[in-house]
Design a protein around this ligand. Structure first.
Ligand SMILES: NC(=O)c1ccc[n+]([C@@H]2O[C@H](COP(=O)([O-])OP(=O)(O)OC[C@H]3O[C@@H](n4cnc5c(N)ncnc54)[C@H](O)[C@@H]3O)[C@@H](O)[C@H]2O)c1
Length: 425
């Protein structure tokens, strides 16, 4: 029997310039007295976390800052944050100020300071034991400073397991933040490449959830089998479509304008923040598929690529960039499963896009990537044809994501997508 039910869940949302000044009041409404604020060094340098901490302290709440979240968290970096919080606690609420890296670190801190055991107990199988938390988590307020991941709305924490060279996650509804505070003013200092890469993450969230397998095409689930990601559905479609419309108007301008908060940039950043929020509310329920599955090995097996705007002490293919690098080919591959959706998405992203074949959406994506300074394919970040087998092997480990693709994905299909993504223009 096929599925007849879809689900939708989201955190409470406070959106707008100045929203981050009210966090003390919000924490007070949860009865919080002692909170931990999680951020990373780059975000700490902007002064936003210290300002938010001072505003919270002014309401009589004690704040301890942890400012060493790792950009793209690892099992080791999450453990360091958890150890810090276990030593400095107990706390009665958690605040995350930063991009997906800080928000995901805060989710792990929240889980492992309220529940017994270790990280591996909760990490998705087969890498970990995929246990569900048995104790209630603390209220978590997530305050994104990038326009990207949507992590402030989602149930997942993404991490790199260093010994296995594999990216995976922890996924449970209890991880979803209690309140998302989206204050576009905080994103004005985003480096240009962070705006570009995180923006491609927004775009792929919207596109992948819009083209995901329809919820009614899955086998019927029992109530206890329901997962947060249930496939494309009428509610997630609405958020995805709106997100793509906003990106069409603001993405190129946000990157070209660079950091800053002139009137024009303020408007554009607000639209990008709305686009990120909408896409997060969509994909956080529908799920993502091939480009995200491919991103895991692309990021996990990086050799020496170091993009501007990110810490330069380590090689990194930032998440949003890694997701985008195979997106044009992935959507050429999925086109025949839902041509009308691929074409509608292409025209939402570029109303001038013409044609009706499988190349329309890939061409829209390639033009955009070139215009905003994303590398021209896998070759530019250091991959060669001889890497394809290992990239396919890594993507195949993401079965949860591949199962959300609108058609079956074989190892040969993935190899074709990786090979076709070495150079886009
Ligand atoms: N949990 C989820 O639902 C989810 C979804 C997508 C991605 N992710 C994860 O999120 C991470 C990527 O997050 P991201 O793209 O938001 O970036 P990020 O948090 O990794 O930050 C990228 C860089 O930008 C800097 N930065 C962030 N905001 C800034 C600001 N306002 N001003 C100046 N510098 C700023 C950071 O210091 C860092 O150097 C990856 O680990 C990815 O796997 C999680």
């Amino acid at each position: 029997m096929t599925e007849t039910v879809f689900t939708y869940a989201a955190p409470a949302l406070k959106f707008g310039s100045g929203a981050s000044a009210e966090i003390g009041h919000d924490l007070g409404s949860y009865g919080a007295r002692r909170v931990i604020l999680v951020t990373d060094a780059g975000v700490a340098a902007t002064g936003h976390p210290a300002r938010i901490a001072d505003q919270v302290r002014a309401t009589g709440i004690e704040v301890t800052i942890f400012d060493r979240a790792h950009v793209e968290p690892t099992d080791e970096s999450l453990q360091e944050a958890i150890d810090f919080a276990r030593d400095a606690g107990p706390f009665d609420a958690v605040v995350a100020v930063g991009g997906g890296s800080s928000i995901d670190t805060a989710k792990a801190v929240n889980l492992l300071t309220t529940n017994p055991g270790e990280l591996l107990d909760y990490i998705n199988a087969p890498v970990g034991k995929a246990q569900a938390p048995t104790h209630r988590l603390l209220p978590l307020i997530a305050v994104p400073t990038t326009t990207g991941t949507g992590s402030e709305s989602t149930t997942i924490c993404v991490l790199d397991v260093l010994a296995l060279k594999v990216k995976t996650g922890i996924s449970h509804p209890a991880l979803r933040p209690t309140l998302a505070v989206v204050d576009p003013a905080l994103t004005a200092t985003q480096p240009t490449m962070v705006t570009a890469a995180a923006g491609m993450d927004i775009l792929c969230h919207a596109l992948e959830s819009y083209t995901a397998r329809w919820f009614g095409d899955f086998d019927a689930k029992r109530p206890e089998q329901r997962v947060p990601y249930c496939g494309a559905n009428p509610v997630s479609d609405m958020w995805s479509e709106r997100s793509m419309g906003l990106l069409a108007g603001s993405f190129r301008r946000a990157v070209a304008g660079g950091p800053g908060d002139g009137d024009e940039q303020r408007l554009v950043r607000e639209e990008m923040a709305l686009a990120a929020t909408f896409a997060g509310l969509g994909f956080g329920n529908a799920g993502v598929h091939v480009p995200h599955a491919n991103a895991y090995p692309i990021a996990g097996r990086v050799r020496d690529y170091r993009p501007a705007g990110y810490p330069d002490d380590e090689a990194i293919v930032p998440h949003g960039m890694a997701v985008s690098l195979t997106a044009p080919e992935a959507f050429r591959f999925t086109f025949d499963a839902a041509p009308e959706r691929h074409l509608r998405a292409a025209r939402l992203l570029d109303p001038a896009a013409e044609g009706s074949g499988p190349d329309v959406l890939p061409d829209v994506l390639s033009r955009l990537m070139r215009d905003i300074g994303i590398p021209n394919g896998l070759a530019e970040v250091g991959y060669v044809d001889a890497d394809v087998d290992v990239l396919v092997e890594g993507a195949l480990k993401q079965q949860r994501l591949l199962a959300t693709a609108p058609k079956e994905v074989t190892p040969d299909d993935l190899a074709g997508v990786f090979r076709g993504s070495m150079e886009h223009w």
